[in-house]
Design a protein around this ligand. Structure first.
Ligand SMILES: [Zn+2]
Ligand SMILES: [Zn+2]
Length: 268
């Protein structure tokens, strides 16, 4: 397991050495295959139900199933058209998981079913208010009622996932441990989003702006012992720069193309 504190000066040194010339190496380790295996269990509509020994992990304020970020809802047999989905450790979710486990459905954020703009679905999925409050997404906790309504209406799980994806990538690439992620505060999604926006989704090493592909942005905690999460307690890096040092950091060919196209060229 990589300890960031002790390795960070090494990472900085190696980044300086390599300069802007990133030498990528594809290296899909076992964890990556596990992810693929878990995803293959899902139906083609991106849902999974009737799961035996269901275990949800709450990492960095988010709900994970076997290292995959998932939203969770319960089959609503009543006539009303709304199904509430959860994405963090809220009391409603915990109670439902206990009482109603056999009706649990997991849904991947890129599922078409989760696309709220598609009104042709029989049931409309709507985000859980407690989950929004826990994660403090868009400062939901302190928002006035009228603005809470807007946050709920505009909440898009896929967009949310892209902004939070660094957590999943760092987890499956063994850059960060699930034990550490478990200790982060419930409102970590808001903290992370704030740090990333503050840094304008721009890598502090190679200066690429990844706002067009937000899943490529990481905000790395500089000193984990501080338990302080102000924007300057993070170093903003793109996946490409992280991969220079941590070869196990997985990246897709599309993401690699994006980096190669938009990374500012080094001045010689
Ligand atoms: Zn919830
Ligand atoms: Zn970079």
């Amino acid at each position: 397991m990589v300890k960031i504190n002790s390795n960070f000066s090494k990472l900085n040194a190696s980044l300086k050495q390599v300069g802007a010339e990133l030498n990528f190496r594809y290296h899909f380790n076992n964890n990556r295959s596990d992810i693929a295996l878990t995803r293959s269990k899902f139906n083609s509509d991106g849902t999974l139900s009737k799961i035996k020994n269901l275990k949800i992990d709450y990492l960095a304020g988010l709900s994970f199933y076997q290292n995959n970020f998932v939203a969770i809802y319960f089959q609503n047999l009543k006539a009303d058209k709304i199904n509430t989905f959860h994405f963090s450790e809220c009391n409603d979710l915990l109670i439902n998981l206990e009482k109603n486990e056999s009706n649990t459905t997991l849904i991947l954020p890129d599922s078409e079913k989760a696309d709220l703009k598609k009104k042709d679905t029989n049931k409309i999925l709507s985000p859980c208010h407690l989950c929004l409050e826990n994660t403090n997404w868009n400062n939901f906790e302190k928002a006035e009622d009228w603005s809470k309504r807007i946050i709920i209406e505009q909440f898009n799980i896929l967009e949310f996932h892209k902004q939070m994806f660094s957590v999943e990538r760092e987890l499956v690439s063994n850059f960060i441990s699930s034990d550490f992620l478990k200790m982060l505060p419930k409102n970590f999604p808001r903290i992370l989003e704030t740090a990333k926006s503050y840094k304008k989704w721009t890598c502090q090493k190679c200066k690429i702006n990844v706002s067009g592909m937000k899943q490529l942005y990481h905000a790395v905690i500089l000193d984990r012992t501080l338990k302080r999460y102000l924007p300057n307690d993070f170093l903003g890096l793109c996946t490409g720069c992280l991969k220079v040092k941590y070869h196990d950091m997985y990246i897709t060919p599309e993401e690699l193309d994006f980096i190669n196209e938009f990374r500012p060229k080094s001045k010689k």
